[in-house]
Design a protein around this ligand. Structure first.
Ligand code: NAP
Length: 483
């Protein structure tokens, strides 16, 4: 089953920071893939912009090397690479300086979609937006694309939103959370709103609790400088886990269109109860065998930044009152796993009295590894000898279910094409980002006031003891993170 590809209209895409890591690893390879499948027109232009002096030819060679590094040889035909690099151009420009803008302007076509991707540090976002307006490069057909970190707290997020909206209208601002571009995350909406089966069960009446996990097995190696100023709460919970929570808990929007979806997500964030400190856990990994500790990778030897967070939160509305949502994320855990687990209530009365263990059904929406959906069911254990029950998964891994040719595009591919199409459904609106910070800030402030250090957990383990206790005291347990 090969997905039908609808080409987008032609465009000029400027990547500020076109020589950086994000551009090399994600943005440029994603554009290459979209060109190969015929979605990106071959007259579209991609213009790298950074301070480094470079000719167009040198930039083309630089991108060719990046494609070699990040795209498998089998997917990289020489003729495609040649076409792609032919679409590239480069301008040397300091985002906060005055030179280079005129030259950039000369390279842009009139009346085509213009996208400005800010693949640079967030301190440059405001200055670039301002210069794009001042130089007249921001046309009504322009879009600006930014990515986390979108602020450090509510105040800085408000400032950033104000800077962006001084030059661009909200419907021209694309705030990327790449989790929203994942196939499974959109499938969560299809699962909920295109099937009659689940929605009647999707409430506190039938759902015991929800677990949202984003576990990484890698540590902060190489990113220690940035991470130590941020921590798991700002880096993961405020954005990625919050977005997953919203899509799981939101009411059905009247239509699948950007503002209808984003209104419903915002209502969820606004309905979140304040979280008492006792319902949160902070952790920091310590050395374990060959694995070094968090502190080995950051400058401050006494850093109290958390590399793990677990939170129990409640949504105060009719649908969810009484059903806790447990969020956890951490680095250097036993395995790499991102999933949303909806744990349903047990049957009200068991007619199999000899079976003492409670076995609620569970619906697992897996983002990684192996994007897919699993429904945990209880069946009879086969064979004679009485009625024994057994849990089995009803499993659908997308790659298996949809066939080997199924196109599971990288999140960035979808999101960049959505920018060109002008579809903001999978992007965060400014008020959503601010509401998420407001909730996050209250937790961060309580931690700071409490002055407690994060609890140490073993690198390669399953997180701090207190995190297990957070569940145990409610008579529940976390789903296993397999290695
Ligand atoms: P990076 O590797 O340090 O690249 C930064 C890019 O910006 C380089 O091309 C650099 O080139 C350019 N640049 C820096 N200062 C500039 C200026 N004053 N004017 C014009 N260009 C300038 O950073 P990155 O990892 O690609 O990250 C870029 C942004 O994306 C950051 O905000 C990061 O937090 C975010 N992000 C990155 C990732 C990732 O996987 N890397 C993931 C999510 C979000 P010159 O030095 O030549 O100017």
């Amino acid at each position: 089953m090969v997905a039908r590809i609808i080409p987008v209209e032609t465009f000029d895409l400027v990547i500020f920071g076109g020589t950086g890591d994000l551009a090399r690893r994600k943005i440029l390879p994603s554009l290459f893939h979209r060109m190969v499948v015929g979605q990106m027109p071959t007259d579209a232009r991609i213009i790298g912009a950074a301070r480094g002096k470079m000719t167009r030819k040198a930039f083309q060679e630089f991108v060719e090397e990046s494609l070699e590094e990040f795209i498998d040889e089998s997917e990289r035909k020489p003729e495609d690479v040649k076409t792609f690099v032919g679409q590239l151009d480069y301008v040397a420009l300091d985002a906060l300086g005055e030179g280079g803008w005129e030259e950039l302007g000369k390279k842009l076509r009139k009346d085509v979609v213009r996208a400005f991707y800010l693949s640079v540090g967030p301190s440059l976002f405001g200055g670039i937006a301002e210069r794009l307006k001042k130089t007249g490069l921001a046309t009504p057909k322009s879009r600006i694309v930014v990515e986390k970190p979108l602020g450090h707290d509510l105040e800085s997020a408000q400032k950033l939103n104000a800077q962006l909206s001084a030059s661009f209208k909200e419907n021209q601002i694309y705030r990327i959370d790449h989790y929203l571009g994942k196939e499974t995350v959109q499938n969560l909406m299809a699962l909920r709103f295109a099937n009659a089966l689940f929605e009647p069960l999707w409430s506190a009446q039938h759902v015991d609790h929800v677990q949202i996990t984003v576990a990484e097995n890698i540590g902060v190696e190489g990113r220690g400088g940035y991470y130590d100023k941020s921590g798991a709460m700002r880096d993961m919970i405020q954005n990625h886990l919050m977005q997953l929570l919203c899509l799981t808990a939101m009411e059905p929007p009247a239509r699948f269109e950007p503002n209808a979806v984003r209104d419903e997500k915002l209502k969820v964030i606004r309905a979140l109860d304040p979280v008492p400190a006792a319902d949160t856990v902070r952790g920091q990994y310590r050395a374990n065998g060959e694995d070094g500790s968090y502190l080995d990778h950051v400058e401050n030897p006494d850093s109290t930044t958390e590399s793990y967070v677990a939170i129990k939160t409640q949504i105060s509305n009719w649908r969810w009152a009484g059903t806790p949502f447990y969020l956890r994320t951490g680095k250097k855990l036993r395995g790499r796993l991102s999933e949303i687990a909806i744990i349903f209530k047990d049957v009200p009365h068991s007619i199999f009295p000899e079976v003492d263990e409670k076995r609620g059904n569970a619906l697992i929406i897996r983002l990684q590894p192996d994007e897919g959906i699993t429904l945990r069911m209880t069946i009879k254990d086969p064979g004679p000898g009485g009625m024994r029950l057994k849990e089995v998964p009803l499993d659908m891994t997308f790659a298996d279910a949809l066939g080997p040719n199924a196109e599971v595009a990288d999140a960035y591919e979808r999101l960049i094409m959505d920018v060109i199409r002008g579809n903001q459904t999978l992007f965060m609106r400014g008020d959503e980002v601010e509401a998420a910070w407001e909730w996050t800030d209250a937790i961060l402030a309580a931690w700071e006031k409490g002055g407690k250090k994060p609890q140490a957990y073993d690198a390669g383990g399953s997180g701090p003891e207190d995190s297990l206790a957070l569940m145990h005291r409610d008579g529940r347990r976390w789903r296993e993170i397999a290695s």
